[in-house]
Write a protein that binds this ligand. Sequence first.
Ligand code: AMP
Length: 291
Amino acid sequence: MSVEPSLVRSVEALREQVDVWRRSGLKVGLVPTMGALHEGHLTLVRAALAECDRAVVSIFVNPRQFAPTEDFALYPRREADDLAQLALAGVQLVFMPPVEVVYPEGFATAVTVSGSLTQGLCAPFRPGHFQGVATVVAKLFLQCLPDHAYFGEKDWQQLQVVRRMTRDLDIPVAVVGIPTVREPDGLALSSRNHYLSPAQRETASVFPRALREGIERIEAGDPVEAALGAMRDRLAASGFSPIDYVDLVDAVTLEPVRSLGERPLRLAAAAWLGRTRLIDNWPVVTGAGAR
Ligand code: AMP
């Protein structure tokens, strides 16, 4: 049996409910999403429900994190289906604000995380994206004031940007990262996978496979540039175009890494299949931790 979560659309109603919980000493977890929920989102929700007494899920397709050329209008919106999934999962509260609640007339503030976190990987290909993300996440944190907030490692750069922003602004929220949920063939679940045709969906399985094979080469000691080049070639040969990037970076600063040491590394990539942009990332284990 599932109990309908409360659905609120205003900041006042959200605060009222979360306030009651916090005053009763209950721990609150927030899961920010853009809806079109899948098993990846639900894994975040389950982590919030396991670690907190109450879970809030926000659903808001944030116009400020889409560049003018991107898929804001096309982005899937499935309110009824999302609510049914959240009811089944046992979420207590869903915050689904209209755009004018988040960005009322005259809204003039933006949160910018600068430096290496927003210089490489997706940043040059998605101008304004991380500012849009940092701004909306800062707002959601301050609107809800949860104890914990849950983000997927699938969006690794986003996770690092959110961690930095939260620390820099002294927002008292613990940011929790959750490992990427994948299809059986390794493709990371994404709301944008709905855009893929059946043939493209088949080709998409090359994406995680090519990255895994490249990572194995790097972990075995192959030169990094050669391994990155081989991954790009493999993707290009399978029909991915353009390939925005395939890069090896420091897992925390996101600075490119070409000589391996002991610090945590991440291999991250973004590439297009037709009109669908796929992203993915994996840890790279070298040095003492390597096999
Ligand atoms: P989105 O609705 O795409 O903004 O995603 C909302 C949250 O779900 C973000 O923190 C994403 O990183 C996370 N997420 C999306 N896909 C996955 C996945 N396949 N595995 C784990 N987390 C995910």
